[in-house]
Design a protein around this ligand. Structure first.
Ligand SMILES: [Cu+2]
Length: 164
């Protein structure tokens, strides 16, 4: 109790000192970085995910005796729509956008709109039939967004999402 009171008193003294002059304000700023740095880490991914506001377009993830593919592989959507990937056969599959081909001005938003990523712009693996993974394209600017399945890239499991 006594200790707590002392801590409060110390805090009050520091506050009082802070309001004293410009130099003290600098001291406060210098003392702030640990907190700022801590919040700067989330700030790097500070773009908030935006929920879809439009239609949901479906793409199936298939691996069978005809090969590995997205079906349809190429879709055209509007900004604000969502694309829902459904694991059908031949998994694990995922959805991965190549950071070097995603339009730079939408990269952070698209990345933010992808939940539970394995890595930047890369969805988790869908293992079981009927598992889905939905990506909102809210705030993702018009452009062409090529994507692929990481495990089956060599088997040409690729597609493109064109945002109008
Ligand atoms: Cu695949």
């Amino acid at each position: 109790m006594r200790f707590h009171g002392l801590a409060l008193l110390t805090g009050a003294v520091v506050l009082g000192a802070c309001s004293g002059g410009a130099n003290k304000a600098d001291t406060t700023a210098a003392a702030t970085p640990p907190a700022a740095a801590a919040s700067a880490t989330p700030a790097a991914g500070a773009v908030a995910a935006l929920p879809a506001t439009g239609q949901t377009v479906d793409i199936k993830m298939i691996g069978d005796d005809k090969g590995y593919r997205f079906e349809p592989a190429n879709v055209t959507i509007k900004e604000g729509d969502a694309v829902r990937f459904t694991m059908v056969t031949g998994g694990p599959h995922n959805v991965s956008f190549d950071p070097t081909t995603v339009p730079a001005d939408s990269k952070a938003q698209l990345d933010a709109n992808m939940p539970q990523k394995l890595s930047e712009l890369s969805s988790p693996m869908l293992m079981n039939p009927n598992e889905t993974y939905t990506i909102s394209f809210a705030g993702v600017k018009p452009g062409v967004y090529p994507f692929h399945c990481t495990p089956h890239l060599a088997m040409n499991m690729k597609g493109t999402i064109t945002v109008q």
